[in-house]
Design a protein around this ligand. Structure first.
Ligand SMILES: NC(=O)c1ccc[n+]([C@@H]2O[C@H](COP(=O)([O-])OP(=O)(O)OC[C@H]3O[C@@H](n4cnc5c(N)ncnc54)[C@H](O)[C@@H]3O)[C@@H](O)[C@H]2O)c1
Length: 343
C-alpha cells in the first residue's frame, strides 16, 4: 500500500523563530498560562528530564525533555538542550538547543526548530506569568533586581517590559564584569527609564528590590541569610540552586511541577532532603492561577520553576504554525524515504 501522503519534515532556523515570536510577548504568556492549565488538568505527559553528564566535563550537561501535550494543541516532541557554561568565554551562549515536533497521529517528526530562543522565551513568559499572579494581592513592585545577568535575565526583562511592567529601580549583580556591562548596554538599548544600580553582592540586590530574578549558573546555594528577605520580596528563582534551605523554609514556596522540581539538587530538593517532607511547598503556579492557594502579601514568595517540556512544545508549535501560515517553511525534500513496506 502507498502512503496516503508522504510526511513532510521542515527545519526552522533561529532567525525564523525570532521573527515568529517578536512582538508577541502577551500572546506567548497567555499560551504558557493555557499550557500550565492543560498540564494541571492531566492533558499532558511530561516524564522526568534526562540529564546527560560527562565525568571529564563536570560543568557541562545536555538535557532531554520529552513531552506530549493535549489541549487545543495536540503535539508530541523532544527538546534537546546543552548547557556548556564555558562557551561564554569564547563568545558563544551557554545554552544551545533543538526541538523536534512529532505528529500525534503517526508519530512522524515533522519539524526541527532552533530552540535556544524558544527555551529562553518560554522561561521568560513563565516568569512573567508568575510575577503577575504572585503580586495580585499586593502593590505591584517597581523595584526589580537581577542576580545573574546573562541571556535569561535579558529575556525576562524584555518580557516584563513588553507586558506592561515598568520599574523605577533596576538592581543588578553578576561576578562577571562582561555580563554586567553587557546587560547594562541591553537596558540602555531597550530605553529603560528606571535608575540602574550595580551591586557587589546578591544581598545588595535583594535588599533593594521587591521583585528579584535569579538567573545565575550557581551549582549550589550562595544566599544564606533569611533576614535579606524580611521585606517579603517576590523571588523568581529560575536558576533553582541559589537559595539555601533556610531561605525556602522561611518563605512561601511555589513550583511549576512538584515531582520535577524536587530533583537534581535544586534548592527545593535540598529542603526535602533536609526535612524529609514536602510541607514547605505551598503549591504550584497552576494552584495560584486557579485560586486554590492565596499568596500572603507580607511574606517572601519564592517561585522555583523546573521548566517543563510541555512549554517548549507549546511555544514550538506556535512558531511552526506562524511560519507555516506565512508559507515560509523550509521543507527538506525526500527527508522520509523508502516508505513502501516491501520496497
Ligand atoms: N527554570 C527554567 O525553566 C530555566 C530555563 C532556562 C534557563 N534556566 C537557568 O537560568 C540560568 C541562567 O541561564 P543563562 O542562559 O542566562 O546563562 P548565562 O551563562 O547567559 O548567564 C548566567 C550568568 O550568571 C552569572 N553568575 C554565575 N554565578 C553567579 C552568582 N553566584 N551570582 C550572580 N551571578 C552569577 C554568570 O557570570 C553569567 O553572567 C541557568 O542556570 C539556567 O539553567 C532555567
Amino acid at each position: 500500500m502507498s502512503p496516503v501522503t508522504v510526511p513532510q519534515f521542515a527545519v526552522i532556523s533561529g532567525a525564523q523563530v525570532q521573527r515568529a515570536l517578536a512582538g508577541r510577548e502577551k500572546q506567548v504568556v497567555e499560551l504558557v498560562e493555557a499550557t500550565y492549565r492543560w498540564h494541571d488538568a492531566g492533558e499532558s505527559v511530561n516524564p522526568p528530564s534526562y540529564f546527560l553528564r560527562f565525568p571529564e566535563r563536570p560543568a557541562a550537561r545536555i538535557i532531554a525533555l520529552p513531552a506530549s501535550l493535549g489541549g487545543d494543541l495536540r503535539v508530541d516532541g523532544l527538546k534537546w538542550i546543552s548547557s556548556f557554561p564555558d562557551n561564554v568565554q569564547i563568545g558563544l551562549p551557554r545554552a544551545s538547543a533543538v526541538l523536534i515536533l512529532n505528529d500525534p497521529g503517526t508519530g512522524y517528526p515533522f519539524a526541527c526548530l532552533e530552540s535556544s530562543i524558544i527555551s529562553a522565551t518560554r522561561t521568560a513568559a513563565s516568569a512573567t506569568l508568575a510575577a503577575d499572579h504572585l503580586t495580585r494581592g499586593r502593590q505591584r513592585p517597581v523595584r526589580v533586581g537581577f542576580v545573574g545577568t546573562g541571556v535569561i535575565a535579558r529575556y525576562v526583562h524584555t518580557f516584563l517590559a513588553c507586558t506592561g511592567w515598568s520599574f523605577n529601580e533596576i538592581g543588578i549583580h553578576d561576578p562577571s564584569a562582561d555580563s554586567t556591562a553587557g546587560f547594562r548596554r541591553y537596558l540602555d538599548r531597550a530605553g529603560t527609564a528606571g535608575r540602574i544600580t550595580v551591586h557587589d553582592s546578591a544581598g545588595g540586590v535583594l535588599l533593594a528590590s521587591d521583585l528579584v530574578v535569579f538567573a545565575t549558573v550557581a551549582a549550589r546555594p550562595h544566599v544564606h541569610d533569611p533576614s535579606m528577605f524580611d521585606h517579603g520580596p517576590i523571588v523568581l528563582h529560575l536558576s533553582l540552586r541559589d537559595l539555601a534551605p533556610e531561605i525556602l523554609l522561611d518563605a512561601v514556596n511555589v513550583v511549576d511541577d512538584v515531582e520535577h522540581c524536587l530533583k537534581a539538587e535544586t534548592s527545593p530538593h535540598l529542603v526535602e532532603q533536609l526535612t524529609g517532607n514536602r510541607d514547605f511547598l505551598a503549591g504550584t503556579l497552576a494552584d495560584v492561577i486557579d485560586g486554590r492557594i492565596t499568596v500572603p502579601a507580607d511574606r517572601p514568595v519564592v517561585f522555583s520553576p523546573f521548566g517543563l517540556g510541555v512549554l517548549d512544545l507549546a511555544v514550538g508549535k506556535y512558531v511552526y504554525d506562524q511560519v507555516a501560515c506565512a508559507e515560509d517553511l523550509h521543507v527538506v525534500a525526500d527527508f522520509f524515504h523508502d516508505l513502501h513496506r516491501y520496497g
